[in-house]
Design a protein around this ligand. Sequence first.
Ligand code: NAD
Ligand code: MG
Length: 286
Amino acid sequence: MKKQESKKINPKQRQSRPGIESKMKPVPETEPHEFRKGKLHNKVALITGGDSGIGKATALLFAKEGALLSIAYLNEVSDAKATKEEIEANGGKCYLIKGDLSREAHCKNVIEKTIRTYGKLDIVVNNAALHWEAESIEDITTRQLLKTFQTDFFAYFWIVKYAVPHLSKGSSIINTTSVTAYQGSPKLIDYSAAKGAIVSFTRSLAMNLIEKGIRVNGVAPGPIWTPLIVSTFDAKKVSEFGSDVPMKRPGMPDEVAPCFLFLASDDATYINGQILHPNGGEIING
Ligand code: NAD
Ligand code: MG
């Protein structure tokens, strides 16, 4: 029996301390889950920004666990092709969708194309993002603010909005937020605000969708070594990147991907509205 199908109400009973488990009705389920064919066997997973970095590591891990992949990316054709080739060389399936997710019509298109390709959708990983540094709030134009929110937050909203009609009991949505949502970031004011919005969005959506048996969670990485970093910060900052966390080094994408696998799989059937924190040991509230 799957955990989410367990009965909610237990028969009346009482034992003396410390209690004998085998006499409980029902007896608590303690057997590890068995995944004979992979933790995501035959599940269709959409990963935005799955061409590189955290999204790529997640796509490779999902494929290894039996998922069929749909990857949406902006314009990095060579990275996307390499990711697809690696998945297919290992016997998996990967469908690539190039385009700008900051446009609602494209988000709709990404869902439609995924459904047309695979006939269903089980897992949605909202992960694409960009950021632009600014010295002060006066330097962030309204145009920039809109671009950040359209790319980093509205796209997540639109992807979920168009995905939900295709999701069903047991489906999982995972949103990539950031340690900056919790700690703030002095030169990424608009980005960290969008990441904060993703945390609240994740929690509200989790409460809203659990009635349908759809779980919604998030991952808040710390400093991870990806193209986002080398394409945003100056050379000095890149060389020091990650040195200020307790582990004194940046994390690698493959140290983050297992968080997504856990949340996507039936190992996490009792986890909803939560955020995991692969961040090199920073202790944050939330
Ligand atoms: P990455 O550059 O490898 O991945 C981000 C991807 O987003 C890109 O590959 C790109 O194709 C896609 N993307 C960006 N704008 C897009 C758009 N308008 N339309 C479609 N696709 C678009 O970098 P990453 O670090 O792996 O980023 C993945 C996620 O992790 C992001 O949400 C990022 O904010 C988050 N994150 C990263 C770090 C870090 O230190 N690297 C820390 C915290 C959170
Ligand atoms: Mg990329």
